[in-house]
Structures are given as C-alpha cells and as structure tokens.
Design a protein around this ligand. Structure first.
Ligand code: S3P
Length: 447
C-alpha cells in the first residue's frame, strides 16, 4: 500500500461527542464464531478495518458465506468442523489476531491452509500458537527466522477431530488462549486452558453466548481455569459490537493533554480486562468519568467523559499491563507531557507487537526532545509538565507498519511545540478507519 505521510500541529481545545469504530477483538470473534454456528447470525457495529476484513476474506476462502447490507453483516454459519479447503494461500496482511485465531480454527479441521502476511506480521513469533496446537494433533511447516523463530509464511494441516489438551499459558496472550479454545471446539472431551495472568476474556464470554459448554474457575493460586467441552453445537446470534476501548484511548488521551478540551466518547467497551489505561490515567490525575454504564451482549459499555487535566508521572505496576497491553504507546505520550517521571516494566511483549513498540516509541520520543530511557522491559519517561518540546521539523517519525505508533504520534503532534511529521498514516486503516477525520471533528475543523 502507498505510504501516507502527514503532519499534526498544535491544536486548540477538542470538544464534542464522538463514537469510535467497533472493537477489533470482538469483531474478529463475532465473524469466526458466527461461521461455526449452525444458521444465520447478524452483526452490527463490526469494525470494518483491514484486520477484520482480512478475517472475513479468510473465512470466505474457507467456504463461509458472509454478506454486508448497509452497516449490518450477515454470516451463514457452516457449523463446527464445516470449513472447507481454500484454493490458494491466505494473506492476512498486518493482522496478528487473524492469523493466530485462524490457526486454531484450522487446527481441528481436515484441511491444510497456508497463511502469509505483510513485512510486520511475517516477523512476529508463531511458536506460541504452534506448540499447543501441535499437541492437539495439527501439523505445521513454518519459515524459521534468522534468530530461530517460527514465522509466516506457514502451513497448518488440521486434525479432525483434534485431541483435547490441558495447557498452561507460558505468555499472557488472549490470542494463544483463543486459538486453543477454537481448536477445542472440534475435539472430543474437555480442553482446558490455565491462565496464570488473566487476559481479555471476550472469547470466553462469546463462546458461552453462542451456547458452548464453557466454565471459568479461579484456583487457590489465582490461576484462571477455562474448561471447554468440545464437539460443540453453536447457535446463531445477534451481536452488537461496542466501540473499541483501544481506539477510544487516542481521543481520550488527546483530550486530557490539549488545554481546554472536553469530550465524550460514546458507547465504548469498558471490560476490566481491557480498561487498564483509563485506571492508570485517572491515577495520573486525569478527569475521566464513565456515564450511562450498561451491558451490551455480555460486555460492559459506557460513554466516557474526558476533560483536560494536569497529569503527574507514576510508577505503572507490571500486573496491570495485560489489561492495557495495546495502550502503552499512547500512555507514553501522556507520560511525555505529565509532570515528573513515569516508569513502566514487565513489557517484553511490546517488542513482538506490530512493531517493537518499546524501541519505536523511545526513538520517536527522543526525536521530539523527550527525556526517555529504554530498558529491556519498559520505558522510563520524565515529562515536560507542559507541551512536548519537539525536534527538528523535517524528521518524520517512522511508524514501521504499526497503527498504534502512527496514532500515538499523531496525538503527540497536537501538543508538541513544533508539531509532528509522520512518515506513514496508512497503517491506521487496520483498526481505526477515519482516525484523522475524527480528530479534525473534535478540533471543529471537519471538512
Ligand atoms: C488480542 C490480544 C492481544 C492484543 C491484540 C488483540 C486479541 O494480543 O495485543 O491487539 O484480540 O486476542 P496478545 O494475545 O498477543 O497479547
């Protein structure tokens, strides 16, 4: 795709009420589970970003019928085990969630599928999914990276039915958990995933909603034990996808940082396994309140009211990281403007996201004159307590095919003295189509 350079300038107050696109995690799962149900499911609020569209295209290539009319999506489910052999390799673009969840899905079907991706996705580690799915009987051939990691392109040959397993997650990853549960849907007996550290629980909530026999218990040591009975029959659903808290994070932080701002982001998911950023920002002094709290499709949802606030640096505890794993890039921007030092730790996972987010953020912040130290597992940032100083005007921040790096530095542009130039905003299409227009709406300068 063609690069889209852009620059973001210091901004006047952000005001108004907005909505953000549908939750990416719930959107992927809505399509996949609807395909596995028997009959017709209806999805509204689906994120129509490149990542989710890649999942839809992959499911179609495996025989599913998925239609869009207006903003409503209809999925004609084929039932658990009902997917068919695709004719060609499947390209999942930038989307780690697509590839890891679909590997789980294919693992318990009698088909063989080759997955490819863009330069970013092709660098990301797949061993974490290959290991448990191999124990369930699937067979993998993957490219090995120069440092010995299994990466895309890879081919998975499923086993139908698969072998149920009990698996303790060695990394806190909802993608790995979900891949195992999806494979377990077509395995005789109980598949069990043990989570020492809780991660986003949309798969569990939605599997139950679709009628799967799934239980969650917490043992004496605090491990979450998820047990799923396989050879499941799922019934079709009507799903309303809430706004994505990981997308809301950008306007929320922008409003906190730009003086005079006062905004409401409507209809945002505030599932506790996702809402860590809002808690941390409140601890930093952010004026964030949740209005009209309600439950939609089993997920807690609210309208988020945010007013400009003076922020203070804090020590972010490592145990909150899984509930805000995608939000550290934008938290680092807030830290760059807060008064005092913000420290983060336990963030090794950030090095294997769409980019190495610790390195990309440290490099970009240094370019803007921010006091930042990169540690192996986190950043230490001492904020300016006022606008970010800004660097040489012509040096554009590199986004490295990472949507969240692009949006974080776009927000930084609004409160950096010299503005911020960005080499490529096109990655924002993966999760937040219309991001720059929405910012312009809040600035009152929409075309
Ligand atoms: C996701 C899980 C997280 C997150 C990603 C979406 C999901 O990844 O970073 O954006 O939908 O399950 P990990 O499972 O690798 O932590």
């Amino acid at each position: 795709m063609e690069a889209k350079p852009a620059s973001f300038k210091p901004s006047g107050p952000l005001t108004g009420r907005i909505t953000v696109p549908g939750d990416k995690s719930i959107s992927h799962r809505s399509l996949i589970l609807s395909v596995l149900a028997i009959g017709k499911s209806q999805i509204s609020g689906l994120l129509e970003g490149e990542d989710v569209l890649a999942t839809a295209a992959a499911l179609r290539a495996m025989g599913a019928k998925i239609e869009k009319k207006g903003s409503s999506w209809t999925v004609h489910g084929v039932g658990v085990g009902g997917l068919m052999q695709p004719e060609t390799a499947i390209d999942l673009g930038n989307s780690g969630t697509s590839v890891r969840l679909l590997m789980g899905l294919v693992a318990s079907h009698d088909i063989s599928v080759t997955f490819t991706g863009d330069a970013s996705l092709s660098k990301r580690p797949m061993g974490r999914v290959i290991d448990p799915l191999s124990s369930m009987g699937a067979d993998f051939t993957a490219r090995m990276s120069s440092d010995g990691k299994a990466c895309l392109p890879l081919t998975v040959r499923g086993l139908c039915p698969a072998v149920p397993i009990e698996y303790r997650l060695p990394v806190a990853s909802a993608q790995v958990k979900s891949a195992i549960l999806l494979a377990g849907l077509n395995a005789p007996g109980v598949t069990r995933v043990i989570e020492p550290v809780p991660t986003r629980d949309h798969s569990e909530t939605m599997l139950k909603g679709f009628g799967a026999n799934l239980t969650v218990e917490t043992d004496r040591d605090g491990n979450r034990i998820i047990s799923l009975t396989g050879e499941a029959e799922l019934s079709p659903q009507k799903i309303k996808v809430p706004g994505d808290p990981s997308s809301a994070a950008f306007p929320v932080v922008a409003a906190l940082l730009v003086p005079g701002s006062d905004i409401v982001v409507e209809n945002v998911g505030i599932n506790p396994t996702r809402a860590g950023l809002f808690t941390v920002l409140q601890q930093m002094g952010g004026d964030i309140s949740f209005k009209k709290k309600r439950t939609v499709g089993g997920e807690p949802v609210a309208d988020i009211h945010v007013k400009h606030s003076k922020l203070t640096g804090i020590d972010v505890q490592a145990d909150i990281a899984p509930s805000m794993i995608d939000e550290f890039p934008i938290l680092f921007i807030a830290a760059a403007l807060a008064e005092g030092t913000t420290t983060t730790s336990g963030l090794h996972e950030l090095r294997v996201k769409e980019s190495d987010r610790l390195s990309q953020m440290a490099t970009g912040l240094s370019l803007l004159g921010v006091d930042v130290t990169e540690k192996e597992d986190g950043l230490v940032i001492t904020g300016s307590g006022g606008p970010i100083p800004g660097g040489k005007k012509k040096t554009a921040i590199k986004t490295a095919l990472d949507h969240r790096i692009a949006m974080s530095f776009a927000v930084a542009g609004l409160i950096t003295k010299t503005g911020v130039a960005i080499d490529d905003m096109s990655p924002t299409e993966t999760s937040f189509p219309g991001f720059a227009d929405l910012l312009a709406t809040l600035q009152g300068s929409a075309k």
